[in-house]
Ligand binder design. Structure first.
Ligand code: CA
Length: 505
């Protein structure tokens, strides 16, 4: 029976399809990861993924905000084609990478942050936070209802990820989305990590006091300023005793311009520059303590993988749904196309195929994630997906025709933080941003001015560069089929969800 023998040898020669462990946090900036050169913290376990695999330096969100980025990751499509330009409910009947992986024989699971307003589709198992979820004693829900989990959300999501992987069917490769709430606002650390940062002084970025000279009105009009827009709630200030109901809510939502607090055992009133510096420290200590818990838990997950014999052929990805401002340009939050918000950290380990300690500067976008997952599973990228697989890049064979520029568009205007609608293009060396509702432009030379402080849009010496970037912007806009179908559109359906009733025990 020679045909049987040849079939058997072919099967033996074909490498098993890899498992995929896709770890994603919410709002984690790459400038708070030590392998990306952080000046503010150390993340040994994230670094371990990079050291044993690859660090990608130019992976960007196409619309830097939570729900839209998640919809793009699932579908491989820009916001205007997946129907989620702002906080819209995700139409789960559309094709997605998890559905295709499941059909291709993968065991698929999603644990933790979801934030898409509709239940996960294409998963053998899911257990998710309702909406944003909370940090302490969070509720999660699955198809049978909700339950309260005692403890800290980052630990719980890791526990549930490991439990789910332990009881997965062993005859299939797995696709596991382990997605964290941290370090999203309200930046609530657990006690252990709060204590680690309580007495540290975090260095300030050099452009914390950016005066926005030469820039458009967009930066001056935003309401995401560390100095002016953090509320008493964000700053974890204790309300006066006896305050309750709407009065308490109003007190907590106030953005204080003076603060009474205890410093070194002495009660002190802070105003002006002293208060500004204190607000930055307050924000950063909490944010970084949340990140540290994620790092510890990634270590726990990597250790479990390695001792379970899964290291060699499991692709471990660490990323965040977008970047975040950690005081650069005086900002917190994301939304803007500036680097700190646009860039997604992207670390990947796959010992069977990726050379340890490698890096890539290929321009990647979050539309590339779905094609990458499908490629790992031996599946073709559907024609209507707008990304390309990272797998050749990981293997050191970047295709010669890889993209030289990426297209970005932010819609939520009017919206939270008063961030102006804009679209733009980023190349390896330059960025052009068009605040189209205001008809104002910014252009940056990212090589000479990586902090994006000098708008060269009106510089006569940059005229040719600006013209070429405009042409590229229009070409890309057309290529990705953005015909302004969502310009000015505010959706009725929101991604806000309540937890369903408790599960029956
Ligand atoms: Ca986010």
């Amino acid at each position: 029976m020679p045909w049987l023998a040849s079939r058997a040898s072919r099967a033996a020669a074909a490498p098993a399809r890899p498992n995929i462990l896709f770890i994603m946090t919410d709002d984690h900036a790459s400038q708070a990861i030590s392998c990306y050169g952080s000046k503010v913290n150390q993340t040994p376990n994230m670094d371990r993924i990079a050291k044993e695999g690859m660090r990608m330096d130019r992976v960007f969100a196409t619309n830097s905000i939570c729900t839209p980025s998640r919809a793009t990751i699932l579908t491989g499509k820009y916001s205007h084609l997946n129907g989620v330009p702002v906080f819209n409910r995700f139409d789960a009947s559309q094709p997605s990478a998890p559905k295709m992986l499941q059909q291709a024989g993968y065991y698929t699971a999603a644990i933790g942050k979801w934030h898409l307003g509709s239940n996960p589709a294409g998963f053998d198992y899911w257990n998710i936070l309702p909406g944003q979820g909370i940090y302490n004693d969070p509720v999660l829900y699955d198809k049978d209802g909700s339950a309260v989990y005692k403890g800290y959300v980052t630990d719980i999501i890791t526990d549930l990820t490991i439990d789910t992987l332990k009881r997965r069917p062993k005859d299939k490769p797995f696709f596991m989305m382990s997605h964290h709430k941290a370090p999203h606002r309200s930046w609530t650390p657990d006690e252990k990590h709060r204590a680690m940062f309580a007495n540290r002084t975090i260095p300030q970025p050099s452009n914390l006091r950016d005066d926005y000279a030469g820039r458009t009105d967009a930066l001056r009009e935003q309401k995401q300023s560390v100095f002016h827009d953090l509320t008493r709630f964000d700053l974890k200030l204790a309300p006066p005793p006896g305050l309750a109901g709407p009065a308490l809510r109003q007190w907590l939502q106030t953005k204080p311009d003076e603060v009474e607090t205890e410093i070194g055992g002495v009660q002190k009133k802070l105003v002006g520059r002293e208060l500004e510096d204190w607000k930055y420290q307050r924000y950063m200590r909490d944010y970084l303590a949340c990140v540290q818990s994620v790092d510890d838990n990634i270590g726990r997950l990597l250790d479990w993988l390695d001792t379970s014999g899964l290291k060699e052929n499991t692709v471990v990805i660490y990323t965040s749904d977008q970047g975040f401002f950690l005081g650069e340009h005086g900002l917190y939050d994301k939304r803007f196309m500036y680097e700190e918000s646009l860039r997604m950290p992207f670390l990947v380990r796959w010992p069977a195929a990726i050379k340890a300690g490698s890096t890539s500067d290929a321009i990647g976008i979050n539309c590339d994630f779905a094609p990458t997952f499908l490629d790992l599973a031996g599946q073709k990228t559907p024609d209507d997906m707008q990304g390309r697989s990272f797998v050749p890049i990981w293997k050191g064979n970047k295709p010669g025709n890889w993209r030289q520029a990426m297209y970005y568009r932010y819609y939520h205007d009017p919206g939270d933080h008063n961030t102006r609608a804009h679209y733009g293009v980023r190349t390896a060396t330059h960025k052009l941003i068009y605040y189209w509702k205001k008809d104002q432009w910014e252009c940056y030379n990212l090589v000479a001015d990586p902090q994006e402080m000098h708008n060269i849009y009106n510089d006569p010496k940059a005229r040719k560069t600006v013209a070429a970037l405009k042409q590229e912007l229009l070409r890309l806009k057309k290529e990705v089929k953005d015909n302004d179908q969502y310009a000015g559109h505010q959706p009725a359906e929101s991604s806000y969800v309540e937890a369903p009733p408790p599960r029956k025990q």
